[in-house]
Design a protein around this ligand. Structure first.
Ligand SMILES: [Zn+2]
Length: 171
């Protein structure tokens, strides 16, 4: 049995919409402009990935430190976190764009997002430990939970704000 016969009749049903190469359904990657082979998709992604290794290190450190600063400010201003958090997210994104010279990649943006989350965690964790261990159960009121709420609010607002600033401001 000649193997290529089977290959041609059974598996090749699709063609890459960019280079026209025959592709099997399992290889085909669906894009908005039709099915593409993995080579074409990879090439397309390279155009959008301008990041360098140092961007990951510098960007991550900046994101963690600035997010920690934002989280600390949150603990000072309480309710006004509603106003600060989105601006803090944009500020962190702009600082990252500065140190990474506006180079970009999806992986870099995801790492920055992780950095902002990590930077925003120490203070709420401290608050939580403080609530759980250094007070009696009687002191556990809605009011004592407010600082924790503001910290969560900070993360929930700053993280997407920074991420969209980074990934959206492309052109
Ligand atoms: Zn192709």
């Amino acid at each position: 049995m000649p193997d290529h016969n089977h290959y041609q009749t059974q598996e090749i049903i699709l063609r890459c919409s960019r280079c026209g190469k025959p592709i099997t359904p399992s290889e085909a990657i669906q894009t908005p402009t039709g099915y593409r082979c993995s080579d074409c998709v990879r090439q397309q992604q390279k155009i959008f990935d301008t990041s360098r290794p140092q961007d990951y290190v510098l960007g991550f450190i900046i994101a963690v430190l600035l997010s920690l600063l934002g989280s600390w400010l949150t603990s000072l201003i309480g309710f006004f976190t509603v106003l600060l958090a989105p601006a803090a997210g944009v500020g962190i994104a702009e600082a990252v764009r500065l140190v990474t010279k506006k180079r970009r990649s999806k992986r870099l943006f995801r790492l920055i997002r992780l950095g902002i989350i990590l930077g925003g965690l120490p203070i709420p964790v401290l608050i939580l430990f403080n609530l759980l261990f250094s007070r009696g159960a009687g002191a556990f009121s809605l009011f004592s939970l407010l600082p924790l709420g503001y910290q969560i609010l900070y993360l929930v607002m700053a993280v997407p704000s920074a991420y969209y600033r980074l990934s959206g401001s492309q052109r």
